[in-house]
Design a protein around this ligand. Structure first.
Ligand code: SF4
Ligand code: SF4
Length: 242
């Protein structure tokens, strides 16, 4: 995001609207830290700048991925994906897609970054490299997957590593016996990254309604009282072969 100083009156109205604190007043002038700005357009869309001084130039790769991941109206023009947003529908359509079927495999949705914090892809790569030995397959409809140049090693496209986004999502499948080891990996890599990340586990129940993944998570000392959960009721019409 840029400021047209011919129009800007330095009123400061736009400053608190930035979710990563990239706009500040310096010596009576409003400035945008271009290294911190994630191109989300919130300042332009919501601050109602009285002079229309905020503007965004046409962005080129690699900077354009900031907007693609951070602006709800940003498009992933660097990929062949046709949708907006940072991830897929995850488990919301599991009844139809069979993303997770049976109790031998689970899926995970890991989200580095949050408003006020953001995430650089250099940190995202620390996570993808750490979990690489456990990932069976990344979701091919996910925009972060498109940035992986070597999924076996968890390597991202080098030119994007300094790019910062509000958040992105990693979606992948793994064998349930690797749930405990990968949770341990998350605990370790959390100490190495300069951001926060959430870990979502997508798991099915057996015919008795038991969820083996839940037992593994509890055995690691993670309680469900402070986590959020979604339950898919199994009401969709399956389009997959069991
Ligand atoms: S709201 Fe507009 S005029 Fe006011 S400081 Fe921000 S860019 Fe300048
Ligand atoms: S585009 Fe987003 S990150 Fe950049 S200055 Fe505006 S609100 Fe802040």
């Amino acid at each position: 995001m840029k400021i047209d100083y011919e129009k800007c009156k330095a009123c400061g109205i736009c400053v608190p609207f930035c979710p990563v604190g990239a706009i500040s007043m310096v010596d009576g002038e409003v400035v945008i830290d271009q290294d911190e700005c994630v191109e989300c357009c919130l300042c332009q869309r919501t601050s109602k700048c009285p002079t229309g001084a905020l503007y965004q130039e046409a962005l080129q790769m690699p900077r354009s991925i900031r907007k693609a991941f951070s602006d709800p109206l940003g498009k992933h023009e660097n990929t062949d994906l046709g949708h907006l947003g940072r991830g897929t529908e995850e488990v919301k359509t599991n009844d139809v897609t069979g993303l997770v079927y049976g109790v031998d495999y689970i899926a995970m949705a890991v989200e580095p970054g949050r408003p006020l914090v953001g995430a650089r892809f250099a940190d995202v790569e620390k996570i993808t490299m750490a979990i690489a030995p456990y990932v069976l397959a990344y979701d091919q409809n996910n925009p972060t997957t498109k940035l992986l140049i070597d999924q076996e090693k968890g390597l991202l496209e080098p030119s994007i590593k300094n790019e910062k986004v509000l958040s992105c999502i990693l979606e992948f499948k793994l064998a349930i016996e690797n749930l405990d080891p990968i949770l341990k990996v998350f605990e370790e890599v959390a100490k190495e990254v300069d951001t926060v990340f959430s870990v979502g586990v997508i798991a099915a129940t057996d015919e008795q309604g038991r969820c083996p993944a839940e037992d593994i998570i509890r055995d690691r000392g993670i309680t469900f009282e402070n986590t959020s959960t979604k339950v898919n009721m199994g009401l969709g019409r399956p389009l997959f072969q069991a």
